[in-house]
Ligand binder design. Sequence first.
Ligand SMILES: [Zn+2]
Length: 306
Amino acid sequence: MFWGDASRPAYCEPPVVPGHEFVGRIVDIGNEAASRWRVEAGDRVVVEQIVPCGECRYCLRGYHWLCRRHDIFGFHQKTQGAMAEYMLLPERSRLHRIAGHLPAAHAAFAEPLSCSLHAVERAEVGFDDVVVVAGVGPIGLGMVAGARQRNPRCLVAVDQDPSRLELAKSCGADVALDIRDGDPVAKVSELTEGYGCDVYFEATGSPSGVVQGLKMLRKLGRFVEYSVMREPVSVDWTIIGDTKELDIRGAHLGAYCWPTAIRMIESGLLPIDRIISHQLPIEEFATGLRLVADARKSVKVSLAGF
Ligand SMILES: [Zn+2]
């Protein structure tokens, strides 16, 4: 998707300044924007990653996160990203004020957390649900924390990294399953009298996470896909219709979840100091990118510009 293939053009428009998860202070702002977002120069803000066009069918119907133009900071020429001293926010940017006393790395976590919360809303997690979050990187951990807010019957985290599973428990998981300790599908079956889970969040980024979810869900269960996949996925598609009548739901960006994400961060509900495994000065960005590439060495890496 990012670099294009035979069937679609590249989404990225290089050369572009990257960075779509950020926090900063307003240096200058026009009166109209200031009154629209109830902010002023000097305020600390987080900004939604997408700058909607305001004119396409999706924008006009309130689905701005699916905007046809889809200008996201750090990907398109029109929306240069945050790895810079200053950013220019186009007029349709969506700003949210955030507490000035928070560490910058905590505040910037509003972006991934809003994405996780949107996935939880897509899943319509209910009180009696057994909920599985597969893959507890930063997005999966936010899904655990978000699902915890709905207080389901049982919240299960699945991963292959013990330290991430510990973090998932700190975010509110009742059960942490390490896939190296045995088949997680069998374990979830045991937890549910053989039925399977009600909700499955796919946040592994791996085709095996999709196959696992289709097996783990009960009939009429809900599968929420959030991963960006490097490879195409092959599954037994029949499970969705003929066998289980599943509800497969995509989720993208954070939509209307930013205020809740900010509230959760400001109230200290998440162990963000542990989720942000590394904080580096921006001069060491190359080291930071290498750390991100190795999931065993880092969870979330933050760069501080000033
Ligand atoms: Zn639009």
